[in-house]
Design a protein around this ligand. Structure first.
Ligand code: ACM
Length: 555
């Protein structure tokens, strides 16, 4: 700073006013460049100068903000090596970081005011303070790994006023196909929290694997979590090649509880997905009476849509499903429970005498009618437990697949209004209609949010450009779009590295889609800020796709 003042004095003395103005402009502009926060906040006012954090900096909390004050303390310890003192209530000392209560600020909202003398984080609850801390940490300068000891750091003077655009900012991991394990889930939760994402959608049940212990039905994991081999090969779905190696894995309920607690500490809700009535082969392999065919089968070694479906006309099967949901509801505090509902092949229902008789009895005229009737019963069951059902948009009776005929998806049944529609496939009009009819929607359209797609097919810029509000939706229904999800489907990511490569950096683009006001988005700024994030990912041992690679695949 002293150097800058000297240069300015020199210019004024030499009457170099134009140069002086130019210099000031550039200096201030460069300061703006130092704000490298992803997702970009709603309002950023960059000031002059810096605030110093060193080992003498105290962290001042009051009341319940102690929880987040401790998080900041340990983050600073991890990053800088300082053990800052935590003190309660107003400390008149300068140079401190204050957690302050502002009851006028809504949930998740915060204000971060950094001046030369102090830093203040205003919020009305711990989630707001937590997001303030995430922004503060992203303002730390890049640390050189070779630096032996850090004495102090400078962060820019700035006022940030921030609030998310959408309430639902989700990342989904499919572990049905490949089990990744607790350490990877915790790593993903850490990165989600850093990016202010707040819903971890956990796809725990698939044809090729059942990944959660259910005490009442132990064979679900004893049999359903294991397969002999896995389809592999560059041609993916058409590949005749097999790994020839077994794959298995599941979470015990104790492990699930540990992960839920870890997520809660990071203000992330875990929404479990328990697929029904399709994507159920692993469960049917464990208990053959669950399927319409009632015959023994193996957990599949090939990926793709399966013919197997639950026999929803069998009271033992519906009892099984409510028993499973009982254990799910006991474990997961999430208000929303996802029941899948996608890609159901109707052939087995059409072939089953018992299913046909059941449909006749209930006056159901098409398989889609039966699916909606079944889904509504599950929805009412979950409502009786104080929860809310969510499912992929097939649960509305949308005709989305060529393996289903138009006639089979014609329905007269109406999906329960409380359902949350997870829109992934079909024309945007389907989402517009659903929202206009009062349904709440999470937009995860596959073309723009499926992270299993290559960087050619879903470029970083396309991911960034995604707008969850579908075109043509009347602004009076915009609030029906509660947010977005990005989905890491698991068929072709057998290893941790292949998963990281697909997730990072696209998850950061989706974080900004979910958080930042549309008018504040700026792809150039985002890609500039990504550089610092890449550094952070490298330090965390994340095998991200480097921007230089991602850029090559831009269209
Ligand atoms: C889906 O991709 N089957 C929801």
């Amino acid at each position: 700073m002293d150097q800058i003042i000297t240069i300015l004095k020199f210019m004024i003395k030499r009457k170099l006013f134009l140069l002086c103005a130019f210099f000031i402009f550039f200096h201030v502009n460069n300061k703006a460049q130092e704000i490298t926060i992803i997702p970009w906040p709603q309002k950023v006012d960059v000031g002059q100068g810096t605030f110093t954090i060193n080992s003498q900096t105290k962290i001042v909390y009051s009341g319940k903000s102690i929880i987040t004050a401790k998080i900041l303390q340990s983050d600073i310890r991890d990053k800088l090596g300082f053990q800052n003192e935590l003190v309660e209530l107003e400390d008149p000392g300068r140079g401190n970081i204050f957690f302050k209560n502002d009851k006028t600020l809504a949930k998740e909202t915060y204000q971060l005011v950094i001046s030369k003398n102090k830093t203040e984080i205003f919020a009305s609850d711990n989630v707001g303070w937590f997001y303030g801390v995430q922004s503060l940490i992203q303002l730390f300068p890049e640390m050189d790994k070779t630096t032996a000891e850090i004495k102090s750091i400078e962060i820019p003077v700035v006022t940030i006023t921030d609030v998310p655009r959408f309430a639902w900012r989700a990342f989904m991991l499919d572990e049905g196909r490949y089990f990744k394990g607790m350490a990877q889930i915790k790593l993903l939760l850490d990165e989600m929290a850093r990016l202010k994402m707040n819903v971890f959608h956990w796809h725990l049940v698939e044809n090729e694997g059942w990944r959660i212990e259910i005490k009442k039905y132990p064979l679900l994991t004893e049999i359903g979590s294991k397969r002999k081999s896995s389809q592999i090969g560059p041609s993916k779905w058409d590949s005749p090649m097999q790994s020839g190696e077994p794959h298995e894995g599941f979470y015990t309920q104790e492990e699930i509880k540990e992960i839920i607690k870890y997520a809660e500490e990071r203000h992330i809700t875990i929404v479990p997905e328990i697929e029904m009535p399709g994507h159920s082969t692993a469960a049917i392999a464990a208990y053959p009476w669950l399927g319409t065919e009632k015959s023994r089968l193996d957990v599949p070694t090939k990926f793709g849509v399966s013919d197997d479906v639950y026999d929803v006309s069998d009271p033992r099967c519906t009892q099984f499903l409510t028993d499973v949901l009982d254990e799910i509801v006991d474990l997961f505090p999430s208000k929303v429970i996802h029941i899948g509902g996608d890609e159901v092949k109707y052939d087995d229902w059409k072939k089953s005498e018992s299913v046909q008789a059941y449909m006749k009895d209930k006056n159901l005229t098409s398989p889609a009618d039966l699916q909606i009737f079944f889904t509504n019963n599950i929805s009412y069951y979950l409502q009786s437990k104080g929860r809310r059902m969510m499912g992929w948009n097939e649960i509305m009776g949308h005709h989305l697949h060529e393996y289903q005929s138009e006639i089979d998806t014609k329905s007269t049944q109406k999906l329960a209004k409380e359902s949350i529609i997870h829109f992934w496939k079909g024309d945007a009009d389907l989402a517009v209609q659903a929202a206009s009819n009062g349904y709440e929607i999470v937009n995860s359209h596959h073309n723009s949010t499926y992270i299993d797609y290559s960087y050619d097919d879903l470029t970083l810029s396309r991911a960034y450009a995604f707008d969850p509000i579908p075109e043509g939706l009347d602004p009076k229904y915009h609030n029906k779009i509660i947010g977005l999800g990005c989905q890491m489907w698991g068929e072709w990511i057998p290893t941790v590295g292949s998963m990281h490569f697909m997730v990072f950096p696209r998850i950061a683009a989706f974080a900004e889609v979910g958080w930042t006001e549309k008018g504040n988005k700026d792809y150039e700024r985002f890609t500039m800020n990504l550089k610092k994030l890449e550094n952070h990912w490298e330090q965390k041992g994340i095998y991200f796709a480097p921007f230089s690679f991602v850029e090559k695949n831009m269209k």
